[in-house]
Design a protein around this ligand. Structure first.
Ligand SMILES: *[C@@H]1O[C@H](CO)[C@@H](O)[C@H](O)[C@H]1NC(C)=O
Ligand SMILES: *[C@@H]1O[C@H](CO)[C@@H](O)[C@H](O)[C@H]1NC(C)=O
Ligand SMILES: *[C@@H]1O[C@H](CO)[C@@H](O)[C@H](O)[C@H]1NC(C)=O
Length: 437
């Protein structure tokens, strides 16, 4: 049994959002500095912003960006989460319970409070509990958000400027609403958190993406490219989107959650159907691993175990529930890849849009040199019938959430290079480096 798995959420709690379900007790001393950003050059097309990403699936368990917020702008690290809407920062309001975070706590001023009569407050409450409480229109907008991993944040909605450098080399400073979280429990409180907060990129109107679109800064399109070797990039807007080459499936709207889902898919392993019911699939960059519901999980584990060569022995490893060792410790997934077959998801809505999941998109090699299955039993963490594609499965693919056209796309890509055509987010990079140096 893996460590740090909380029991399923009791019924009646605030709706769970999806987020990093497993943050390993990782090395926080690493400096995820990435260099070599190139291709700075003005572009005629406006409306895109590109950010370098930091982090990895293992050992850090998350990918994050540096965003410049406030006036004067200060950098904050935010966990990129396409599985929830609200962006929030740990905040000195004053703080009742905060982790140690990489940067000084954000300090709100009274005039930054968003009143509860504001549409965004209503949308936020609607998305979290379905109920909007606002006794007097000038009251502050309180919120409480809970995640699938039992993490939570309690705070108040504020409004401050985000400094963004666009691909047309303009710098814009829209005022955007986000949470000032003064009481939270995320990850383990004894360690320094990797990030100052969360970047909510779901499809709801509170999402930073929707707000940028409302302010006519970028189109309502977001994409990420998570590198297998760590880092990668995130973009808002559609300038980088390879529309004709990517595989697309229409988004399915679920009634009350702003999850990104292309609907249900059939599961194949090594070219053969696993014979499970179609799976409802959600794309969630806030989850480090992938979760299958009990039935497909069991079918997959049985098929995997049935197909392995004798050179692999099941072994217990504190990192994840199901691991194998070889004759010698593995150094990377490439050492063990040939022992495993690819998975394929076939999405019914996308005229059989296929997503191939090769072994490097479902295995990790731990520091003990074992190969472990990065697809976990979602029923065990209370996800019921939902299947979540987490970071591990989206690595080295550009994944595009296109709310303009209502579709989700993916395409294999080398994610450790920001495309030449993109303007790099110089301000954020400088902020990140100085904050770590
Ligand atoms: C760049 O794009 C933004 C928003 O899309 C726009 O407000 C700004 O005027 C543009 N700048 C230039 C130099 O075209
Ligand atoms: C946020 O602040 C800006 C500028 O101060 C203001 O125009 C806007 O109405 C505010 N938005 C909300 C939701 O309070
Ligand atoms: C998956 O989780 C469910 C719920 O906890 C459990 O009943 C089932 O046995 C688990 N399956 C496997 C293969 O671990």
């Amino acid at each position: 049994m893996a460590p740090r798995w909380a029991p399923p959420a009791p019924a009646g709690l605030v709706l769970v959002a999806l987020l990093a379900l497993l943050l390993p007790p990782a090395v926080r001393g690493d400096k995820p500095v990435r260099g070599g950003l190139s291709g700075v050059g003005a572009e005629p097309e406006a409306s895109s912003a590109v950010f370098p990403l930091y982090g990895d699936v293992y050992p850090h368990g998350l990918y994050y960006v540096a965003m410049n917020i406030g006036n004067p702008p200060r950098p904050y690290f935010l966990d990129v989460d396409t599985g929830s809407d609200l962006t929030w920062l740990q905040c000195d309001a004053p703080c009742v319970s905060c982790n140690k975070v990489p940067h000084p706590l954000y300090r709100p001023t009274k005039n930054k409070l968003v009143p509860c009569a504001d549409q965004l407050c209503e949308a936020l409450h609607g998305g979290l509990t379905g109920r909007h409480r606002c006794d007097s229109p000038h009251d502050q907008c309180d919120y409480e958000i809970r995640y699938a991993d039992q993490g939570f944040s309690i705070g108040v909605l504020v409004n401050d400027s985000f400094t963004l450098r666009l691909s047309n080399s303009s710098v814009v400073r829209p005022s955007l609403a986000f949470g000032c979280g003064y009481n939270q429990h995320v990850g383990s409180s004894s360690e320094v958190a990797a990030t100052d907060g969360i970047l909510g990129l779901g499809s709801g109107s509170v999402s930073l993406l929707s707000q940028l679109n409302q302010h006519r800064v970028t189109k309502n399109v977001v994409g990420h490219c998570l590198s297998l070797r760590g880092g990668g990039f995130l973009f808002f807007g559609d300038n980088l989107v390879p529309y004709s080459r990517a595989t697309w499936a229409p988004m399915v709207r679920s009634a009350h959650r702003n999850y990104y889902s292309p609907g249900s898919a059939s599961l194949y392993f090594g070219g053969r159907s696993l014979g499970v019911r179609p799976m409802e699939v959600v794309f969630d960059s806030g989850s480090s691993f992938t979760y299958f519901a009990a039935q497909p999980y069991e079918a997959l584990v049985a098929a995997l175990k049935g197909g392995l060569s004798r050179s692999l022995k099941e072994v217990s490893d504190p990192s994840l529930p199901l691991c194998w060792k070889g004759k010698k410790p593995f150094k990377s997934v490439l050492d063990v890849k040939k022992e495993f077959k690819s998975l394929v998801l076939s999405f019914a809505n996308g005229r059989k849009a296929l997503m191939e999941i090769p072994p490097e998109n479902y295995l990790i090699v731990t520091k003990y040199g074992n190969a472990c299955l990065g697809i976990l039993n979602g029923s065990e963490v209370g996800l019921k019938d939902l299947n979540i594609l987490g970071d591990i499965t989206m690595q080295d693919q550009m994944v595009i959430y296109d709310n303009e056209k209502g579709q989700i796309g993916w395409i294999r890509a080398p994610c450790d290079r920001i495309p030449k055509s993109a303007m790099c987010q110089v301000a954020a990079k400088r902020g990140a480096n100085s904050a770590m140096g």
